[in-house]
Each structure stands twice: as structure tokens, then as C-alpha cells.
Write a protein that binds this ligand. Structure first.
Ligand code: IPD
Ligand code: CA
Length: 335
């Protein structure tokens, strides 16, 4: 049970959050529909650049965030609110999550997708207690998908399909030859500086290591089944919770990009740790991730096999990824 919030309160907050996610998703889709039905030049998406030409904000981001913020403040005036657009204006440099009951909201994750009408965009709402995301709601209106979870109550797709999707006769274990046989999801992110050994180059090297044939790349080749980038961190996590992705590895995201996805993935039985490999990936402890660390490695829910528990097989996969990826440098601003 979550800290100072009773089970009854949590049920009520969960129902409120799920309903809010769906309403906000409908609002977001109304902006997308308005553009699709408007044949004039004004249908062209207008956006403003924030930190760079790929870090953008639209009127939909701002209006959907205002709708969510007002709804939460009306219902839960004592709870803290952190939203992507509110933060951009405030620019705090600290870790944003503390022990207070907190709503952490991305009104539109996948803003670039939204501007191109690529359907992988969504509203992402998390409720956090004692620094742990205990409720997650992700509504992807163009996909007609709503993901939701609450601590101890399971993780769900559209309220009816429990995650991960394959559960019978049991949740599949991690393949023996992993990362072979796995789908690896990752993101290019927004740090596009073309500097030798910068984040973009380190990411590309890591992607190629994961993709290359076994034995290739000086032994680092992982020959994953496929490499995918949805362009939405929170949907990457939701698809990992579904079991559709086996691995998600990313650096650079902020609290609102991941909070709801982490809630859903963990409730489904997934594991989340840090993206950056320790000195000895084979023996190092696997740390709990700190929301706000900006470095994430997630592994899907797994079943046991003849020789390993579910957790052991997930940890094996974490170590196999760590052996193939580079350290990324995404300190918090000013840190
Ligand atoms: C971005 C997406 C992207 C991730 C970036 C995020 P936005 O969020 O989640 O997948 O790589 O780090 O900032 O800008 O679409 O809300
Ligand atoms: Ca986002």
C-alpha cells in the first residue's frame, strides 16, 4: 500500500486518473482531428522550438496540460503537480520528485509524432507517493489504447487485457540466447550534437552493437530480432509492459516522460534500472532506478524457466545489454 494514502483513497485516485487520462486523450485527438479536417493552409501544425529544432511544443501540449492541471487542482488541491510545460517555464534544476503525493504529467508524449500525425502519441499521467510511481495512465487516442495500472491491482490495456499480454500457459521467460531473439527499443533523443564521442554517437554505437551479428563488433554483436523507436518514451515502456518489446534503453528523458510508463511496467512485473553500464556488468548490483536520473534500462515481465527465476532471467538480460551499450552523459542541468 502506498505510504500515507489508504487503499480506498488509492482506488478513488486511480478511477479519477483513468477517467482524466481518457478525457485528456479525447481533447488531444480533437486537436489532431481539427488539423485533419481543415484543408486550408492553417491546418499545417504550428509549433515553437524549446531547447532545439527537435524539442518542440504545440498549442495541444499547452492546452491539454492546462486541462489536466486544472482538473487535478480542483479535485486534489493539496497534491503537488509537475507537468512538462509547467517545468519548461519554471526551469528548476533539482530532482523534481520528493516524498509528497505528486502528479507527474506529460500532456503530449511524442510531440514530434503528433505534428507529423504518426499515431504514436499520448497523454501520460502518473501519481507518485514517497518517490514511487504507484498509478500510471497512458492514453494514446489515435491508437485507441489506454494503459493503466495501480499498485497491487495489475496493469491493463483498455481495462480488460491484463499485461503482459501473453500469460498462459505462463509468461514467457527471457530467451536463452538473449539479447538474441529480443526486440530492442531505443530512442534517438534530442541531443543531436555531432561531436565525436557525444551522446548521439555513443547511442548509435550501442544500437549497432545490439543489432550486429553474433561474434561481430569484437564480440559485442547481440543480433537482436529487431530495433524499434516509437518516438514516445512512455509508450516504449507501455509496450515493454505488454511484452511486445523485451528491452528499452534510453538516456535524456525527464520525469514526465517515464513516470506513468514505469508505474505500468513495474506493476506488470517488469524491471527498470539504469542505462549506464557499471564497471563490471557481470557482477555489479542491479540498482533501482531513481526517477529523474534521465538514464533508463527496462526489461519486460518474464516467467521462470527450468534453471532461473523470472528475476534471474531479467537480470541476465540487463547484464547482456550493459555489456553492449556505452555510458551516456545526461546530467541534470546545472548538476
Ligand atoms: C520525448 C519522447 C522521446 C524521448 C525524449 C522525450 P516529447 O518527449 O518521449 O521518445 O526520446 O527524451 O523528451 O518531447 O515528445 O514530449
Ligand atoms: Ca514527453
Amino acid at each position: 500500500m502506498a505510504g500515507r494514502i489508504s487503499a480506498e483513497e488509492l482506488d478513488e485516485i486511480y478511477a479519477f486518473a483513468t477517467n482524466l487520462g481518457k478525457e485528456a486523450g479525447r481533447l488531444l485527438m480533437s486537436y489532431a482531428n481539427a488539423r485533419m479536417s481543415d484543408q486550408s493552409a492553417s491546418a499545417e501544425q504550428k509549433f515553437l522550438e524549446k531547447d532545439s529544432a527537435v524539442d518542440i511544443v504545440t498549442k495541444a501540449d499547452e492546452d491539454v496540460e492546462a486541462f489536466i492541471k486544472n482538473s487535478i487542482e480542483a479535485k486534489y488541491p493539496t497534491h503537488k503537480f509537475i507537468g512538462e510545460e509547467t517545468y519548461s517555464k519554471g526551469q528548476s534544476r533539482d530532482y523534481l520528485i520528493d516524498d509528497s503525493p505528486t502528479w507527474c504529467v506529460d500532456p503530449l508524449d511524442g510531440t514530434v509524432n503528433y505534428t507529423h500525425l504518426f499515431p504514436m502519441f499520448c497523454v501520460s499521467i502518473a501519481f507518485i507517493v514517497d518517490s514511487q510511481p504507484v498509478i500510471g495512465v497512458i492514453d494514446a487516442p489515435f491508437l485507441h489504447q489506454t494503459f493503466s495500472s495501480c499498485e497491487g491491482r495489475g496493469a491493463w490495456l483498455n481495462g480488460t487485457q491484463r499485461l503482459p499480454l501473453i500469460r498462459t500457459p505462463q509468461i514467457p521467460s527471457i530467451p536463452a540466447r538473449a539479447p538474441g531473439g529480443c526486440i530492442f527499443s531505443c530512442e534517438w533523443g534530442k541531443d543531436r550534437r555531432d561531436v565525436p564521442d557525444g551522446n548521439m554517437h555513443r547511442k548509435i554505437e550501442s544500437f549497432v552493437n545490439m543489432a550486429a551479428e553474433l561474434g561481430g563488433r569484437g564480440g559485442k554483436g547481440g543480433m537482436v530480432h529487431g530495433v524499434r523507436s516509437l518516438g514516445s518514451a512512455t509508450l516504449d515502456l507501455a509496450y515493454t509492459a505488454m511484452g511486445s518489446f523485451d528491452i528499452w534503453w534510453e538516456g535524456g528523458c525527464w520525469e514526465w516522460d517515464v513516470a506513468a510508463g514505469i508505474a505500468i511496467l513495474k506493476e506488470a512485473g517488469g524491471l527498470v534500472t539504469t542505462a549506464n553500464p557499471p564497471e563490471d556488468p557481470e557482477t555489479a548490483e542491479i540498482p533501482e532506478v531513481r526517477i529523474g536520473s534521465r538514464l533508463y534500462l527496462a526489461v519486460r515481465p518474464a516467467g521462470p524457466n527450468d534453471t532461473e527465476t523470472a528475476r534471474q532471467s531479467q537480470e541476465r538480460l540487463v547484464r547482456e545489454v550493459w555489456k553492449r551499450v556505452r555510458n551516456l552523459d545526461y546530467a541534470r542541468p546545472g548538476a
